[in-house]
Design a protein around this ligand. Sequence first.
Ligand code: FE2
Length: 160
Amino acid sequence: MRERYASGISDETAKKMIDLLNANLANVIDLTLDGKQCHWNLQGTGFIGVHQLLDETSERILEVSDTIAERIVILGGQPNGLASRVVKESILDDYPTDITEVDQHVRELTSRYKKVAETLREAIATAGDAGDEDTADLFTEASRIVDKDAWFIGANAPKK
Ligand SMILES: [Fe+2]
């Protein structure tokens, strides 16, 4: 383990948190790429609003990945953001390449935000149970951001 800058945490807890943070990092990086894939490929009614919204959500989700990665370093770990690892460990499947319409993309991306939000919410409890309230708080903030953007993106889909 590298130097740990977070004090008052056992090696065991730090190791557990590093693994938990790295698992969520893969999901969040994958979600960031999905957001761009959506931003570039959607077409049709409502295009410009969603396209521009996705510039904002991209910035926010990138910030979430940065916060997660930096907490890993603070805990003495190594953030693993390699593309090969994201592909291997992300819970998300490949973003579909056969959809074009805004509402299809909005539903697709929203469901991905919700999946990642679920893992973040589980991580809040895991970190809290392990006694690392700072990491639990980080996941709480991340979860709140992802929930809100699930709404911002999802509310663009017409009601069925
Ligand atoms: Fe762009």
